[in-house]
Design a protein around this ligand. Structure first.
Ligand SMILES: [Zn+2]
Ligand SMILES: [Zn+2]
Length: 68
């Protein structure tokens, strides 16, 4: 049964209550606590976001083929 306040986690596709969802402070993605990556006492949508959040700047990807 779908609850009006329930949200669907984009990662696992499960229906979870609003309180069980957390918003990634890095990319504002809503994700359930089960899928969230916990780092430094915070919850992120992924380990990548957690690292970037504290590292500040995004490391350049392997090889960026810039055109022009
Ligand atoms: Zn999930
Ligand atoms: Zn994120």
């Amino acid at each position: 049964m779908l609850n009006p306040k329930a949200l669907v986690c984009p990662r696992c596709g499960r229906e979870v209550a609003g309180w069980a969802m957390t918003t990634c402070p890095m990319c504002a993605t809503s994700i359930c606590h089960r899928c969230a990556y916990q780092a430094y006492g915070r919850l992120f949508c992924s380990a990548r976001c957690g690292e970037h959040f504290f590292h500040g700047e995004l490391d350049e990807e392997e090889d960026n083929d810039g055109e022009g």
